[in-house]
Write a protein that binds this ligand. Structure first.
Ligand SMILES: CC(C)(COP(=O)(O)OP(=O)(O)OC[C@H]1O[C@@H](n2cnc3c(N)ncnc32)[C@H](O)[C@@H]1OP(=O)(O)O)[C@@H](O)C(=O)NCCC(=O)NCCS
Length: 238
């Protein structure tokens, strides 16, 4: 078993991952914690229908939406990020993800908040995420992280493309991003998606808007729209 339960000094119980100091989750009772640990174990063992993707250098990853049971993948993946990569992602130094952040990053509704993860040899190696803006519902803040030894192999681009497809399906037309002005790799990826406009500069950081390409609707989207009558209503009268 890679996950185990132990009492939290502040009360309740932590689920932890062997070899990692950051806890995965906190629970009021030992029974709840044991149930969560069992769910993480099932998640780690689950063979699923992820998309199999081969990168340009021949390395292989599985790509799929993030699930609540993926917390162990996030904690272990964090250990594979350099301080520089963490700084580029969060724009400040960070030691670990908190239990609340882990819940936020993995317990998502896949509409207003989507995350697409990449797994290689049962380890999390990258994730692309958007969170819809409350003020501008057609816009969402996007971010991508790839662990250091998987960077520069084309994975970030593949994750961002898939995230973009999910976003446009969910009515998002603009990605925003907050990043270091010198983050050439991320700027390169965003420019490949669409027109990038710098909307704010603040010291070494910039905020950008990226116009997303209008994707053809997927079959799933068309069927859902048809079921709600939206497609029929758009057809010209006979
Ligand atoms: C940004 C990040 C996600 C990119 O992921 P990746 O898997 O390395 O990206 P890819 O390999 O798909 O593509 C990166 C592209 O940028 C290019 N690039 C990288 N560094 C560059 C630089 N200094 N100048 C110009 N282009 C650069 C690469 O050559 C590559 O282009 P190519 O496909 O023509 O070779 C990754 O570097 C990362 O996780 N960084 C730390 C976290 C971060 O910065 N996140 C973004 C904050 S929003």
């Amino acid at each position: 078993m890679r996950c185990y339960v132990e009492p939290s000094p502040a009360g309740g119980y932590f689920v932890r991952l062997r070899g990692e100091s950051a806890p995965l989750s906190r629970h009021d009772t030992e029974e709840e914690a044991e149930a969560a640990a069992a769910a993480y174990e099932r998640g780690l063992a689950r063979e699923d229908t992820a998309e199999h993707v081969v990168l340009a250098d021949g390395s292989e990853v599985r790509i799929r939406p993030v699930r609540p049971e993926d917390k162990p993948l996030f904690v272990a993946g964090w250990s594979r990020l350099s301080g520089e990569s963490v700084y580029k992602r969060f724009l400040q130094p960070r030691h670990a993800l908190s239990v609340d952040e882990l819940a936020f990053f993995t317990e998502i509704d896949h509409v207003d908040h989507e995350a697409i993860g990449a797994i290689a040899e049962d380890e999390g190696v990258g994730v692309a995420r958007y969170v819809r803006s409350a003020e501008r519902p057609h816009a969402a803040e996007a971010a991508v992280t790839v662990v250091d030894d998987w960077q520069q192999r084309g994975l970030g681009g593949k994750l961002l493309r898939r995230l973009c497809a999910r976003a446009t399906e969910n009515g998002i037309r603009v990605f925003t991003a907050h990043l270091l002005a010198g983050n050439e790799a991320m700027l390169t990826l965003l420019e490949r998606l669409g027109k990038v406009t710098v909307t704010r500069r603040d010291g070494p950081t910039i905020e950008v808007d990226v116009e997303l390409p209008v994707e053809l609707p997927t079959l799933e989207h068309t069927l859902r729209a048809a079921a709600s009558g939206a497609v029929r209503n758009r057809l010209p009268p006979p």
